[in-house]
Write a protein that binds this ligand. Structure first.
Ligand SMILES: *[C@@H]1O[C@H](CO)[C@@H](O)[C@H](O)[C@H]1NC(C)=O
Length: 197
C-alpha cells in the first residue's frame, strides 16, 4: 500500500475525529433562518395597532417562516376568514337549536349577525383575492367593508352579551376577527409600501 492510498483511507477518519470533537466548529455560522423570519414578522407588524397581537398570531402560524410580507398579510386574512366562517356556522347552529321564535330579541340579533357574517366572510375572501393579485387598494376597501359588517352585527348583539352566552361568544368573535382583519390590512400596507420602493 502506497503512502498516498493510506492517507486517502485515513482522511475520513481524521475528518470524523476533528469534526466529531468540535461539533460547533463543524457547523458553519450561517444566520439562522428563524431569526430572519422573526425580523420579517417585526417589519410586517410595524404599523399594527396591536403589535403584540400581530407578532403573536404570526409566530403561532407554521407557514410564517417561509412567507414574505405579502404572504404574512395573506396568513392573517386567511385566519380572519376561517374565524368568520366558523362564527357563521356557530350562529347558524345556535339558531337551529333555538328553533324559530322570531319575537325573541336575542334571536333576532343573532339572525342579523348571521346575515352580516355571510357578507363579511365573502368580503374577506374577495379581499384575499385582491391581495393575491397585488391590488392592495381593492383589498383594503373590501376588508374595511367586512369590518363594517362585523360592526353591524356588534351593534345589534352587544347589549345582550351579559344575558346570553351565545351573544357574548359572537361579541368576542367580532372583536377577534376585526382585529385580525385590521392587522392583515396594516401588513398588506407594509407589503404595498415596500413594493413601491
Ligand atoms: C382564529 O384565529 C386565531 C388567531 O387569532 C387562530 O389561532 C385560530 O386558528 C382561528 N380559528 C379558526 C377556526 O381558523
Amino acid at each position: 500500500m502506497s503512502p498516498f492510498s493510506l492517507s486517502f483511507l485515513l482522511l475520513p477518519l481524521a475528518l470524523f475525529l476533528v469534526l466529531g470533537a468540535h461539533p460547533i466548529a463543524a457547523q458553519p455560522p450561517a444566520p439562522s433562518p428563524s431569526s430572519n423570519a422573526n425580523d420579517l414578522i417585526y417589519t410586517a407588524c410595524e404599523e399594527a395597532n396591536h403589535k403584540d397581537f400581530c407578532i403573536h398570531v404570526l409566530k403561532s402560524d407554521r407557514n410564517s417562516p417561509t412567507a414574505d410580507i405579502k404572504g404574512l398579510a395573506y396568513i392573517v386574512l386567511r385566519l380572519a376568514e376561517k374565524n368568520a366562517t366558523a362564527t357563521s356556522l356557530f350562529i347558524k347552529q345556535k339558531l337551529n337549536s333555538l328553533g324559530q321564535i322570531k319575537s325573541d330579541l336575542i334571536q333576532q340579533s343573532l339572525m342579523d349577525c348571521a346575515d352580516h357574517y355571510i357578507t363579511a366572510s365573502e368580503l374577506v375572501e374577495d379581499a384575499i383575492s385582491s391581495l393575491v393579485s397585488g391590488i392592495y387598494n381593492d383589498a383594503s376597501q373590501l376588508a374595511k367593508a367586512a369590518v363594517a359588517d362585523l360592526d353591524g352585527c356588534d351593534a345589534g348583539i352587544k347589549e345582550y352579551k351579559d344575558s346570553s352566552p351565545n351573544a357574548l361568544e359572537v361579541v368576542n368573535k367580532n372583536q377577534l376577527i376585526r382585529q385580525l382583519i385590521n392587522t392583515g390590512l396594516t401588513i398588506a400596507h407594509v407589503a404595498a409600501t415596500a413594493k413601491a420602493h
